[in-house]
Design a protein around this ligand. Structure first.
Ligand SMILES: [Zn+2]
Length: 496
């Protein structure tokens, strides 16, 4: 059997002014053809697909189309979106024209919340165009991030959709589930049908973890429980990332059954009602004002993660907020405090000055100059570094950190980078400079929920309610296109 595979992944923050281009995709690996098979199949959903096929002793040939991942940032340029769609669709069309090369199936690894400058539903458009080329019979199975904005177009064009089953993200397992279902389809064992329910709500990320206890754990557990019902193939609750400003934006759930549309619909409605009835619990906020968060961290034993909720690079914020830097400069601490900062100008200054030099810089607050401002600071250039970092993070096996530099100001160690990379959300950002994260007091992470790479340090997590493009106060974001009314932005929201 021949399975065509493609990855087009990006999470859009509609409020960011940083456009996403092909260069953004190149930082995390943009591959085609044999390069795709060499570099793009070792992690994430596509690695899961390969494992599922192997475990089922399924004989197949992968047909690599395009593999691109761009992390989270602003809208995708029209040119970039068209490049992906045209590339994938043209290759499929060419294969359909030669009898021996017709694919038996298409596996798409997508995010589900990508918006282009000219288009609100990038994934729906891609799947629909693939469907047009492949016809009605060839299965298209799609793996999504569960922060996807599920749309009618996606569900109407795909054969089956499976989103991440846990937060922190589980890209490999998602690909494995989707891959296993695809094998079952190709072997004639199942005949998938889907039902979609949208829920008129969006919430901040503070309750997004599916463990330990909490409403998200309960919602996802309900999905796992209902998956045990005879004929149910997959249930994907999708608490959409809360910075996508499109008319169709909002939470959703998609249920795949083996040919039973009414069962799929019934479970989708039950899942949607659970989310709706628990909407206030999903909005429970644990973050505290930045100064208080720093104070709490100082008085906590052991290693602390200080979550910069408003400047989450995994949510498309630029990673150059100085809110927590300023709060950390106001305290004294005997141990080191780690903070990442995106600032290409400062990196350049440090490279010119060289290791060991003192540099006076105006750091941060340049890309996100709405919510924070640059800070004047004189630092020691401890070490120069950067380059391609080989580490598995969010479904990729490496990323390009560009030039980077480690600066010191008293108790603060700043990992300053040209681009947001992974925003200090993995210890490798400091370990590349020889910093032992075991011995520090705290690390500022540019995420509100992806703390998994520091789990081995048994951290205490304290969330700072910092203003920014990914802030927990979703009602303070400048929404324009979102369909109203929607919870929690409006009072009178009806569901069902
Ligand atoms: Zn996500």
């Amino acid at each position: 059997m021949r399975i065509a595979i493609a990855k087009y992944g990006q999470e859009t923050n509609s409020f960011s002014s940083t456009l996403t281009t092909l260069d953004t995709f190149r930082k995390f690996g943009l591959y085609q053809g044999s390069d795709f098979l060499q570099h793009g199949v070792n992690a994430g959903p596509i690695a899961g697909l390969f494992a599922a096929c192997q475990d089922q002793a399924f004989s197949w040939e992968p047909i690599p189309l395009v593999r691109g991942w761009a992390g989270a940032s602003g809208k995708i340029t029209e040119e970039t979106h068209d490049w992906f769609v045209n590339n994938i669709v043209t290759q499929l069309a060419n294969q359909m024209n030669v009898t021996d090369s017709i694919p038996d199936a298409l596996f798409l690894d997508l995010h589900g919340a990508a918006q282009a400058v000219h288009l609100d539903d990038c994934e729906g458009e891609l799947i629909a165009q693939c469907r047009d080329v492949l016809g009605k019979e060839i299965p298209i199975v799609v793996a999504l991030d569960h922060h996807a904005n599920l749309t009618e177009k996606m569900v109407g064009s795909a054969s089956a959709i499976v989103a991440h089953r846990t937060q922190p993200h589980d890209p490999f397992d998602t690909g494995y589930q989707a891959g296993k279902m695809l094998v079952d389809i190709l072997q004639g064992q199942v005949n998938p049908i889907m039902a979609l329910e949208k829920i008129p709500m969006l919430t901040h990320q503070e309750q997004f973890l599916t463990s330990p206890a909490g409403p998200m754990q309960e919602w996802f557990q309900l999905a796992r429980d209902r998956e045990r019902v005879d004929g149910v193939l997959a249930i994907s609750p999708c608490p959409m990332q809360p910075w996508l400003d499109t008319s169709e934006a909002g939470w959703g759930v998609v249920v795949v059954t083996d040919g039973d549309k009414s069962l799929a619909q019934e479970i989708a409605e039950e899942m949607a009602w659970f989310a709706w009835e628990n909407r206030s619990r999903f909005m429970k906020q644990t973050s505290v004002p930045p100064e208080l968060a720093v104070e709490k961290a100082l008085h906590t034993d052991g290693f602390v993660i200080l979550s910069d909720t408003g400047d989450s690079v995994f949510g498309g914020a630029p990673g150059d907020s100085t809110v927590l830097l300023k709060a950390l400069m106001d305290i004294t601490c005997e141990q080191d405090c780690l903070i990442p900062m995106v600032d290409p100008e400062v990196v350049q200054q440090a490279y010119v000055a060289g290791e060991g030099a003192l540099v006076a810089v105006e750091i941060g607050g340049k890309q996100d100059c709405v919510f924070s401002q640059p800070v004047a600071i004189e630092c020691e250039v401890v070490q120069l570094g950067g380059g391609r970092i080989e580490v598995e993070v969010i479904g990729n096996d490496s990323y390009d950190a560009g030039q980077a530099v480690l600066l010191r100001w008293r108790h603060i160690l700043l990992a300053v980078t040209e681009t947001e990379g992974v925003g200090g959300n993995h210890p490798v950002c400091y370990e590349q400079f020889g910093v032992d994260v075991n011995g520090v007091k705290l690390a500022v992470l540019k995420t509100a929920s992806n703390f998994q790479y520091y789990r081995h340090l048994s951290p205490t997590i304290i969330r700072a309610d910092s203003n920014g493009m990914t802030m927990s106060g979703v009602e303070r974001l400048p929404w324009k296109s979102l369909s109203r009314p929607i919870f929690p932005l409006d009072d009178e929201v009806k569901f069902g």
